[in-house]
Design a binder for this molecule. Structure first.
Ligand code: IPM
Ligand code: MG
Length: 357
């Protein structure tokens, strides 16, 4: 197969992980007889420096013209003082919206080899951690009205609104049920229905969908309780479906309990097969240029791209198995290092994974 991949190299330590990921994709192409064409697209800090805009239309167009998009991570201290509209994060939000990517899939699965790196007690980890957060990605408070204005008394007031319409809830709710059907058939809708109207509307729409999926064991949980349950007994979850900001928060928490945020990939999809694949971690400015950042989450994101956008199941398995073998050998990076293991840098970890494909 021949595929066009738009590559957003990202900021700070991100180009280091993207570099290793492209080596892995090239190895897959060589081994399985595919051709991958890469087109660089700028978004985030790099785009601000080059064009004064975190995502100019011509760069978004490159992503829309590709079969899929690979992204490292954007942002860093250099751009932190900029006003909201010009920040690197705004580029990311505009990319997600511009590509229509309403469904963000964030797996929280512990690699057994990394169990000692989890901050949870061994008896909790032993029960298993393997769930997916299906996060709504282009609605809610992220895309509502943001306003700061001055009241008559001279005091400033700010407001961020959180709109959700039924069709937005229904399409992500359906992804939640469909994802559960492919797994252990348990779906938990996480919300704040004791306080928010949007959450009550979510529940009403979810109840309608529930009738279409009688095989799925459906439950509901308030987000504050969910934050607690994720550390108390993560084995209870199979699929969580939730709105944009709750998903942002719970997915960071979920990644931490698996031992390292440096291991967690993600996919964002809309109605077609073109997706955006990125690690869930940030651009790690503090370790940029030192060749010590963990490239695994980005490499696993590329594996997700092979699986979900290109239908290359065997190829995706090969990449994931390679990571598994590397962990079996006791090879680690600084972020998930434990006693008795060997600590590799970014390039050396790329070499190690390549050698197993
Ligand atoms: C994430 C990030 C982004 C988000 C930021 C960088 C805007 O935290 O992908 O989880 O909040 O969605
Ligand atoms: Mg986040």
């Amino acid at each position: 197969m021949e595929k066009n991949i738009a590559v957003i190299w990202g900021d700070c330590s991100s180009p280091e992980i993207v570099k290793q990921t492209l080596r892995v994709l090239d190895k897959v192409a060589e081994k399985y007889g595919h051709t991958f064409h890469y087109t660089d697209a700028a978004m985030g800090g790099e785009a601000i420096d080059k064009y004064g805009d975190p995502l100019p239309q011509h760069e978004l167009d490159k992503c829309l013209a590709a079969d899929s998009v690979l992204l490292g991570a954007v942002g860093g201290p250099k751009w932190e003082g900029l006003p909201g509209e010009q920040r690197p994060e705004k580029g990311l939000l505009r990319l997600r919206a511009g590509m229509g990517l309403y469904s963000n899939n964030r797996p929280a699965r512990i690699w057994p080899q990394l169990a000692p790196a989890s901050p949870l007690k061994p008896e909790i980890v032993a029960k298993g951690i393997d769930f997916i957060i299906v996060r709504e990605l282009i609605g809610g408070v992220y895309f509502g009205k943001h306003e700061t204005y001055t009241l008559e008394n001279g005091e400033k007031q700010a407001v961020d609104s959180m709109p959700y319409s039924e069709h937005e809830i229904e399409r992500i709710g359906r992804i939640g049920f469909e994802t559960a059907m492919k797994r252990r058939r348990k779906l938990c809708c996480v919300d704040k229905a004791n306080v928010l109207d949007t959450s009550r509307l979510w529940r009403a729409v979810m109840h309608r969908l529930q009738a279409e999926y009688p095989e799925v064991e459906y439950s509901e949980m308030f987000v504050d309780n969910c934050a607690m349950q994720v550390v108390k007994d993560p084995s209870q979850f199979d699929v969580i479906v939730t709105e944009n900001m709750f998903g942002d928060i719970i997915s960071d928490e979920a990644s931490m309990i698996t031992g390292s945020i440096g291991m967690i990939p993600s996919s964002s999809l809309g109605d077609g097969t073109r997706g955006l694949y990125e690690p869930i971690h940030g651009s790690a400015p503090d370790i940029a240029g030192k060749d010590i950042v963990n490239p695994t989450a980005c490499i696993l994101s590329a594996a997700m791209m092979l699986r979900y956008s290109f239908g290359m199941t065997e190829e995706a398995d090969a990449v994931e198995n390679a990571v598994n073998k590397v962990l079996d050998k006791g090879l680690r990076t600084a972020d998930n290092m434990s006693e008795g293991c060997t600590c590799l840098g970014c390039t050396a970890m790329g070499d190690a994974i390549l050698a197993e494909i």
